[in-house]
Design a protein around this ligand. Sequence first.
Ligand SMILES: NC(=O)c1ccc[n+]([C@@H]2O[C@H](COP(=O)([O-])OP(=O)(O)OC[C@H]3O[C@@H](n4cnc5c(N)ncnc54)[C@H](OP(=O)(O)O)[C@@H]3O)[C@@H](O)[C@H]2O)c1
Length: 224
Amino acid sequence: MKPYVILNAAMTLDGKIATKTGSSNISGEKDLKRVHELRKEVDGIMVGINTVIADNPRLTVHKINANPEDNPVRIVVDSKCRTPIASRITNNDAKTIIAGANSYKYDFIVGDRYANFTKLGVDFFFSGNKQVDLNSLMDYLYKQDIKTLMLEGGSTLNFSMIKEGLIDEIRICVAPFVVGGRESHTLFDGEGFDTMDEGVRLELFDSFKLDDDLILQYKVLKKI
Ligand SMILES: NC(=O)c1ccc[n+]([C@@H]2O[C@H](COP(=O)([O-])OP(=O)(O)OC[C@H]3O[C@@H](n4cnc5c(N)ncnc54)[C@H](OP(=O)(O)O)[C@@H]3O)[C@@H](O)[C@H]2O)c1
């Protein structure tokens, strides 16, 4: 069993989720409120380690009226447990789980960093060899009562998740900007597919405007 996974992201018209220098302030105010409504609805919210390092997000519900218990459980996919201890994601606003990989587990848990994270109440789950096994992680999160999970990037984790068939829905804010740049992250990076036939099919089920932004909502069609 796995949680129902909704990928949410904001991108420019040219599909970039950050500029080449890492600037990722894309959504308008109304879209940010939509994102926080979604955070309030889900049980968990997951990001890759590079997003934690680049953006230092809180991943809490703070742009709308909310109570502390509205904050979803935060999950960082971080094979080598590189999450900086002073990251905002380790604050006590919500529970945090770091998902690491087995190759790095022993060295990490005998060190001071593990003890310091534990003092902050951060939990750990290890799976996979050199990288996190996302299928095992989904199974674990479901067993932790995380039945709905919001995936908030970045590009590398997004691609691994969709390639593994683990994303059920995609909600995208398309902002009216073009930033270009071959080094800029797109919505899905990773190694990519070779042919269009291998591409993951989507079905648009809703679209609407929020000021200048366009929101597109898709179901991910499962391969038969
Ligand atoms: N506009 C938006 O909506 C939005 C949202 C989020 C992020 N962003 C942007 O996205 C950028 C970061 O994206 P990114 O692609 O560099 O990194 P990312 O997806 O945030 O993190 C990727 C890292 O996760 C770790 N990982 C562990 N197991 C994995 C697995 N099975 N599959 C994939 N990754 C795994 C890997 O590092 P280890 O091997 O070290 O564990 C990998 O390098 C930032 O610039 C950020 O601003 C934009």
